[in-house]
Ligand binder design. Structure first.
Ligand code: WTA
Length: 652
């Protein structure tokens, strides 16, 4: 996989320019306005959504370390569910809001209109209320990619409850940690989650998790497969029976713009995952605006984001952004390669998808299967293509452009994070040229700066690289870490004072365009899923046979990065293939299949400084098979461990 910066430039076609919401001159003018007078700019953009009480204040932000506080539209009141549903009823009640495409292609798709969405969300809100959920309570959503997952999100928003979605691929232990961390009252789950022809037993995972949670946590169970589950009377609630009997109206609760909308746990460089908090007003304005402009979404389009609602991409770009804009958004339950490698393209053809948004890892996997899977499908409806989650290599970009987009479709390489709520950098269709692998330009209101990692001084000019920070706030920014504002400040505002620190490295090329060069901390990106190496290490050392573990990322053709683990065993444990398998299963059980180690290398010793700090730089180089540039190893307490690690480096 090459990631070198190619200089090929693809200007937007005349057709794209003519259709786009924003052209090159429009971008320059709007961008300048957004920076010179953010209050006026965002004051105007706030009108995209409906307010129960209008705001008089727009931006109220303090980035000073020790007193960080971020507020937007803070005297306004609104309800997100009313914005995503009710306000569309008069004009588009019979339009499809959600297309549901099941895992099994032989199962019929469902078209859910805005009217039907309204009824289902109100019924779910009534069910949750009857279970005792009120404004401000936390609700965990641990669901397959089915419409009920969106109903659950919107029902929480309607009540004013704070949802926290846990990706269905996470283990019971990870689920329990999030139930406890957010002190949730209810877990919403389903019997089983079908995916790629297999089934994850979600309810029994939830049962296992709830053994480690407070006794009064209730469980609302949606029937998906009808498969068998155990049932605990008094704790478990049957969604299908209750919602059938529930009233189909529910008045949306008035929320302050700064009331939390959701918590989403994400990995950091240290410790356990942190609960990123997004609030109501600014988040929705930003999600709606970026959805419309980045994808060049127009009324009547069919829009498909292949992410899972368990990740931030699913929050902002399957549910909240598209529905706030009155779009038709497609929810896909399956995987790109089931029943075969043409599934994505068949779904595009079947539903005449106009905007398609996916992750580079999926493109790389599909590219490897050959073009015949694509060529048998009619992709002429496609207009905008997007990528998210990790840098895209030029080969995959070119394949996406030529084979999927037929050279007609702009590709928006959207760089952003769980913390940012929406896109911060991306080329905009019709406004910008594209360069394969570059996130190109900042979105409105975003001032990216490249800092010297050591001095923290801003590097001016072009053709420079360093760490990426953002100079000022935007409405979609996270507000705090749930229950730990100090950790929030320390993570994002301590290293480079006065800036939001992204954790990413970045290059600004000779033309002033931005390229994300990857994380500068101990966060890795595996198949577009973000993971802290510390989480995998702590899972490994929790095994009785493991004395110590160090985990690094290494380049992986399909996944972008793979998980490479160096494991030092207890004196009484013997390395064996059986133990290797056991450790792999162990990590999957502790965290989930997405954390499954790709390589485990037995390490009799780890390279440490005399003060005991593990030199990860060296471990990364060994994992990369790059022994020539290990740098200075003389400061190690025992330099000979490095020779041993090189001699025994695992084959991959
Ligand atoms: C990486 C996903 C390069 C980056 C929305 C970031 C990207 C992390 C891109 C956030 C991109 C995301 N090009 N790298 N277009 N998009 N990243 O929180 O390292 O799951 O910091 O949010 O993914 O991952 P997260």
């Amino acid at each position: 996989m090459t990631t070198q910066h190619e200089s090929v430039v693809y200007p937007p076609s005349a057709e794209t320019v003519a259709r786009a919401h924003v052209d090159a001159a429009g971008y320059e003018q709007m961008y300048a306005a957004s920076i010179t007078d953010p209050d006026a700019f965002w004051g105007e953009q706030g009108k995209r959504i409906d307010w129960i009480k209008p705001y008089s204040q727009v931006k109220d932000v303090n980035y000073n370390f020790g007193e960080v506080s971020i507020n937007w539209y803070s005297d306004g009141a609104l309800n997100v569910s009313a914005n995503c549903i009710d306000r569309h009823l008069a004009t588009r009640g019979d339009q499809t809001a959600i297309i549901f495409e099941p895992d099994n292609p032989d199962e019929p798709a469902q078209n859910i209109t805005y009217k039907q969405l309204h009824g289902s969300v109100c019924r779910m809100a009534n069910v949750l209320t009857s279970m005792g959920v009120t404004k401000g309570d936390r609700v965990i959503i641990y669901m397959p990619m089915i419409p009920e997952a969106a109903y659950a999100m919107l029902a929480c928003a309607r009540i004013g409850a704070i949802h926290s979605i846990v990706f269905a691929g996470f283990s019971p232990d990870a689920l329990a940690a999030r139930v406890n961390g957010s002190d949730a009252k209810v877990v919403i789950t389903a019997d089983h989650a079908p995916r790629g022809g297999r089934q994850t037993p979600l309810k029994s995972n939830a049962d296992a998790a709830l053994l480690h949670c407070k006794e009064d946590v209730k469980c609302l169970v949606v029937k998906r497969t009808g498969g068998q589950t155990t049932w605990i009377e008094g704790r478990d609630y049957n969604y299908n029976a209750l919602s059938a009997a529930a009233d189909d109206s529910f008045a949306p609760v008035e929320m302050n713009a700064e009331d939390p909308l959701f918590i989403l746990y994400t990995s950091g460089s240290t410790g356990q995952p942190k609960g990123v908090v997004h609030t109501t007003g600014g988040y929705l304005v930003y999600a709606a605006m970026t959805h419309e402009i980045t994808f060049d979404y127009h009324d009547g389009d069919v829009y498909w984001c292949t992410a899972d609602v368990g990740w931030v991409t699913g929050h902002s770009y399957i549910v909240y952004g598209p529905l706030a804009n009155g779009a038709t958004t497609l929810m896909f339950e399956g995987v790109p390669t089931y029943p075969d490698a043409s599934r994505f393209w068949q779904v595009c053809e079947k539903h005449k998808v106009n905007q398609f948004y996916t992750a580079p890892t999926a493109l790389r996997a599909l590219m490897g299967q050959g073009n015949e899977w694509v060529e048998k499908c009619d992709l002429s409806s496609l207009r905008t293509l997007g990528t998210v989650g990790e840098p895209i290599n030029p080969e995959a970009w070119n394949w996406y452009n030529e084979v999927i987009g037929g050279g007609r479709c702009p590709i928006v390489d959207t760089w952003w994070q769980t913390e940012t709520g929406g896109h911060l950098m991306t080329p905009l269709p019709g406004a910008h040229a594209m360069k394969p692998g570059s996130a190109m330009k900042p979105f409105f209101g975003i001032v990216p700066v490249v800092l010297d990692p050591q001095s923290g001084v801003e590097i001016e000019g072009n053709d420079v690289d360093g760490v990426l920070c953002i100079k000022d706030s935007w409405p979609g920014q996270m507000r705090t870490i749930w229950g730990d504002h100090e950790r929030f400040q320390k993570t994002y505002f301590a290293d480079y004072k006065g800036y939001y620190f992204t954790g990413d490295g970045c290059k600004r090329d000779a033309d002033g365009d931005y390229w994300i060069t990857g994380r500068v901390d101990d966060v890795i990106n595996v198949s577009g899923h973000r993971m802290g190496t510390a989480e995998v290490e702590s899972a490994l050392v929790a095994h009785v046979a493991v004395a110590e573990a160090a985990v690094v990322g290494y380049p992986h053709d399909i996944k972008g990065q793979g998980i490479y683990c160096y494991v030092t065993l207890m004196n009484d444990a013997e390395p064996s293939d059986a133990l290797l398998k056991e450790l792999r299963t162990w990590v999957r059980t502790e965290i989930g299949p997405i954390a499954s180690p790709d390589v485990i290398q037995w390490a009799p010793g780890l390279p440490k400084t005399r003060s005991g700090k593990i030199m990860r730089r060296i471990l990364r180089k060994i994992a990369e098979n790059d022994f020539g540039s290990l740098g200075d190893t003389s400061t190690l307490a025992d330099p000979s461990v490095v020779d041993d690690l090189i001699a025994n480096r695992s084959g991959k």
